[in-house]
Design a protein. Sequence first.
Length: 162
Amino acid sequence: MFSKSKINDPSAKPDAAAAEKPAAPINKPAAEFKPAAPKAKPPASVLSSDLHVTGNLKTTGDIQVEGRVDGDIRAHLLTIGEGATVKGEIIADDVVVNGHVIGRVRGLKVRLTSTAQVEGDIIHKTIAIESGAHFEGSVQRQDDPLNPGAAKKPAAAPAAKE
């Protein structure tokens, strides 16, 4: 049932004892590989109400403007706060206007809330204008409003056969 250990046996050869031991794995992983969790979406960058920015802003993320921006803004989601003013062109996938915009707005989804004041053209794929919003300008629907060169082209007349 039990056997005598060969470690203390003087007749055992040292090489034989080592040969009987299983070899330790060379590349033993400390833990099994697990893929990293997808990165959480960073919160929106907020331009506070006491901030006045002169210049263009460009990001692939989200921006919330509470102050004043004199320049163009390009973002994924742009929210203009109730006390905010933007003078320049806005290009974003999603635009929510609660404050004042002077300039063109281009967006896949554009929403003017009841406190919005927009002076300029809106080029959109979908639009929502709440009751009470103030808007002066033209509205144009486009399938790709984010691309300035993608203006609607009139349908070509069929070629006349001779």
